[in-house]
Design a protein around this ligand. Sequence first.
Ligand code: GDP
Ligand code: ZN
Length: 401
Amino acid sequence: MPASHSGTHLSLAPPAKAERTNLLAKPKKKIRADFRKNRSERARSDTWTQRFSVPDPQDEDEGKRDERISGKGDLARRRTVIGDLTDCGESGLGVRLDVDETVCRLGRVLSVHGLSSTVAADDGTLHRCTTRRLLKTLSTDQRHVVAAGDCVWFRPGGAGEGVIERVEPRRGVLARDSRGRRHILVTNVDQVLIVASAAEPTLKPNLIDRFLVTAHQAGLRPLITINKVDLIDLANLMPFVGVYSQLGYSVLLVSAQTGLGIDRLRRELAGKASVVAGQSGVGKSSLLNAVDPSLQLAVRSVSANNQKGRHTTTTAQLWPLASGGYVVDTPGIRQFQLWDIIPAEVAGYFRDLRPFVHRCRYPNCTHTHESDCAVKNAVADGRLDARRYESYCNLFLGDAA
Ligand code: GDP
Ligand code: ZN
């Protein structure tokens, strides 16, 4: 693992020595845990074992552990497991399983394919891992026991294989809600790299505003990057840069073609997990390749980008960067529009609108058609950027175009 990685908030580094000893010394507690009703579908776990033939070292004694059935049937079925009751946040687990830290290793899940996950260990080696059955059993949502981006403890097996034994608490989760179900796309994300182009395709500030709102809603730090500045006169971009800089956003002017600003971009991405968002053709792949040539992401010709009906996958993939950190560049996530913007929340995410909203005559003012609206007055006398206001209206009315 590159030096820049250690001690970052990626929490890939094992806990500090003292804390570690402490953890190990702690007496093991027995915990009553609620289990899913149907612990496992037999047929499925059989194929799982056959396919990967990685024995779960814990499965053997799982059955031997204290297992009480309360007589109320499956619903009330509980088992005692060894571990710590903690708030595991987004992971949906109420139990933190103990792992043997002398044998198990800490890693990052780069991608999940069905029942197996690709895990990068802290030394950069890749391991194809299955998931310890107990972990799956404890999960409230079996589909997301392990997700791309997770920090996990895994027990290495032979030949680059292993078994994930614990998932560390998640933060910065990107999820999509559809039909009442939460679909986790990627976890432990630090920031969103919003990529736009100065030309070809033309700069679309309203689209940047949309990405900003989505990033804020997801609680992620946005980083605005304008690519292809080799195609324009930089002076013309200054008013645009001014508006966003004043709002406290970082704006990087870069060119994948000439290499301008790439060093700075590389520094901004180092040691963090960044989701890359932006319209197709703006040069996302080109930029990432410029930051780290070993990525070798496919650069599409502009015309190929216009092909419709291409299957866009939302299965997230983390790409490790040579300078430390990861980028998530996944076709379905790139557009970043999977997350519905909630109109009532939009004003709260427009930093420039916020100071005015409480001065409107109506407390529930939408700042679109009301009279005595402080926001509209601010636009009228130039205290608020008219283009940003227009962008707000578009988002509020559900029209990003
Ligand atoms: P993506 O769809 O956002 O990943 O965009 P690509 O990386 O595939 O690039 C789309 C097109 O823009 C390709 O033809 C690139 O060669 C071109 N391109 C990318 N970066 C630059 C740049 O900085 N300047 C210029 N002039 N063209 C660029
Ligand atoms: Zn108003």
